[in-house]
Structure formats: C-alpha cells, structure tokens
Design a protein around this ligand. Sequence first.
Ligand code: CO8
Length: 256
Amino acid sequence: MNKYIKAFSEDHVGVIQLDRPNVLNALNREMVTEIVSQLQSFENNEDIRVIVIRGNELAFAAGADIDEMRDASPLDLELLNPFAEWDKISLIKKPILAAVNGFALGGGFELALHCDVILAAEDAKFGFPEVKLGVLPGAGGTQFLTKAMGTRKALEWIWLGEQMTANEALKYGVINRVVAKELVVEETMRLAFQLVEQPPISLRLIKEAVYAARDLPLQEGKNLERKNFYLAFASEDQKEGMQAFIDKRPPTFKGR
Ligand code: CO8
C-alpha cells in the first residue's frame, strides 16, 4: 500500500500522482521507492502503454525532503546509495510524461527531468535551490540541465539557484509545452492518449535511439538506430502499419 503516491490507470495510461501535500510533495526516500516501484509495475503491465507523473495544484515536488537529509553523514549516503533508486527510472522503456503544476525544485525538478516529456502550467516554477542549502543537485540535475540548455546557462541557473518560469524553461528547451494551469493534467493526458495510439514497439525503440543521440558519439548512435530499425521489422505492428497504408485504412497496433 502506497503512503506517498496515488496510482491508477485510464485507457492504457498509468498515472502516478505525488501525494504528500503538507510538504509540497517533498520527496523522502520511501516516496522515491514508491514512485520507482510503481513505474516498474506499469512497465511490466501489458495493458499500460504510457505513464504520466503529476503532482497537485501547488507542487509537482519542492525537492528532496530537507528534514530527512539534514543530518546525513557522507558515510550514511555512501551506504544508503539513494541515487541508485533514481537510476532505475532511466531503465523504463515506456514513455513517461510529467505534468507540472506549481513548484518543481531540486529533486522535484530532477524527477521531471527523468521524464521524457514535460508539460507545465504558466505559473510553474523550476529550479535548483540546492546551492542555497550549501550543496548541489545530486539526482542528475547538473547533467540533465546542461544537456538540455548548454553549459553556460546551466551554470548560471544552478549557481544562482533562482527559480525559472515555465516560459523560461520552454525557451531554453528544458520543457515541451506551457499550458494554462487548469489544463496541465488534461493536456498531458491528451498527449498520453495520442501516444497510446502509436505502435508501442516503435515508441520504445525511438526512445532508446533518441537518448543514444544525447549520450553517445554520432556513429554509435547511428548504429543503434539502425539495429532498432531492423528490430522493428520483427513486430506484427510493422506488418500492420505498412499493410494498413497499402489498404488505405487506419492501422490497429497491438504492441507485438
Ligand atoms: N523538504 C521538506 N519540507 C519542505 C520542502 C522540502 N524540500 N519544501 C517545502 N517543505 C515544507 C515546508 O517546510 C512547509 O512545512 P510546514 O508547513 O510544516 O512549515 C511546507 O512544505 C510548505 O512550505 P512553505 O511554507 O515554505 O511554502 P511557501 O509557499 O512559503 O514556499 C517553497 C514554497 C519556495 C517551495 C519553499 O517551501 C522552499 O523553498 N522549499 C524548499 C525547496 C528546496 O530547497 N528544494 C531543494 C531541496 S534539496 C534537493 O532536492 C536535493 C536533491 C537531491 C536528491 C536527494 C535524494 C536523497
């Protein structure tokens, strides 16, 4: 039974709602474990094709739980290895969309950056305030933000620890879309339902290839894309997609 999140599904979309409203969804370790376990459960559920992570109206998540971290020693952290849990998010092959209302700060911003697509409310606030706590992002923030906006801008934001508006985040290529705050969840679900109609094997092969473009040298990325292209021809959905084109009818994809 989850204590800090709610999980449900709607028409092949698995939804994780962060639910620790009294502390703006601050992420303690147990909550991160619940999120990751639920992601894995959706990943293993054939009925789920797309995953959405959302918060509430005030916050996606205002960071890691400062109370929990405050007295940690370096050895506690080394032995707890808290970020190993976060690494598991990057192993999820289904599309993960983030719907951000309110604050996405510190670990909350990092959770959004672990998602493939980010939609945000006009008044959403992103940022890494860790510098003001005498630390720095630890769950991949320096890496994700730099890959998204480039070295100079990332340094400026992370050094100053200031909050970025949704429009600034959009301008720097950190998020996908800005929408009216009352429509964030609706728009994210709409995008999720569009993805549900796409062939799931293609979606996962595309996800792997696009991250290869971010993380690998060009030729290695091209080689991986090529192998994934060949692999797509093992699927029934490739046969269906091409046959439907020839038959001039819409395809029905099965995920096989
Ligand atoms: N941790 C614990 N409690 C929090 C956190 C947090 N990150 N954020 C908010 N809260 C609590 C507040 O203490 C407050 O509790 P209470 O009502 O009991 O006093 C409640 O949430 C509401 O917050 P505020 O009263 O402060 O609300 P405001 O609207 O005035 O301010 C802010 C909202 C600006 C978001 C403010 O709460 C704030 O600055 N929060 C902290 C933001 C922050 O520094 N985040 C970074 C944390 S460090 C981090 O994320 C490192 C990531 C590495 C991953 C670590 C994995 C182990």
